[in-house]
Design a binder for this molecule. Structure first.
Ligand SMILES: CCCCCCCC(=O)SCCNC(=O)CCNC(=O)[C@H](O)C(C)(C)COP(=O)(O)OP(=O)(O)OC[C@H]1O[C@@H](n2cnc3c(N)ncnc32)[C@H](O)[C@@H]1OP(=O)(O)O
Length: 149
């Protein structure tokens, strides 16, 4: 299977050391998600496949499911860069319907930080770089104990 060039050198990353979230925890059966990280950048990556149970309209992945996965992949980029933060705002643009059972790839990165605010962007593409969704969010740094760390 052809995967985006950006994923070729990445290392799979297991999120369970941080969280057993509904998006990526072991109880999640409807979304197949593999995270990847790159030690040399402020980016974080995911390969994701939404099963039919995540549909909204028939055969099309529910926008809320896409937003959830983008949110977690964006949030993770802050954790892995040692800036634990929570989502304060999240905007998702949906560019074309995403069919269920289709593998797509997410790339997220820190755009800038301002005090406690971390501006993070993300995008979801297929192996041919066709854009399905992109996102931007403000994540606010919080003390570790606020998020159970
Ligand atoms: C590894 C696992 C990854 C998992 C990722 C999943 C991510 C998530 O889903 S987190 C869960 C959902 N999010 C939440 O529960 C957050 C709920 N909200 C809160 O806890 C608080 O409102 C919180 C922390 C965002 C801000 O509150 P508080 O700590 O009092 O900070 P506060 O002083 O109000 O704001 C700090 C800064 O953020 C800004 N800010 C706060 N909220 C917003 C907002 N909605 N939009 C834009 N900016 C905001 C403020 O303007 C302020 O900016 P500045 O420093 O420039 O004045």
């Amino acid at each position: 299977m052809k995967i985006p060039d950006e994923f070729q050198h990445l290392t799979p990353y297991n999120m369970n050391s941080y969280t057993d979230s509904f998006v990526s925890g072991k109880q999640q059966k409807y979304i197949e998600l593999q995270y990847y990280r790159d030690e040399n950048s402020l980016k974080f990556y995911a390969r994701v496949l939404f099963h039919v149970e995540t549909q909204g309209a028939p055969g099309i992945v529910h926008g809320g499911a896409i937003a959830s996965v983008l949110d977690e992949t964006m949030g993770a980029v802050s954790f892995l860069n040692k800036m634990p933060a929570v989502t304060a705002s999240l905007t998702v643009n949906y560019h074309r319907p995403l069919p269920v059972e289709k593998t797509v790839y997410i790339i997220t990165q820190v755009e800038k930080t301002e005090g406690r605010k971390i501006y993070i962007i993300g995008k979801m593409v297929d192996k041919n770089q066709r854009l399905f969704a992109d996102s931007k969010g403000i994540f606010v740094k919080v003390p570790n104990e606020r998020i159970g760390l």
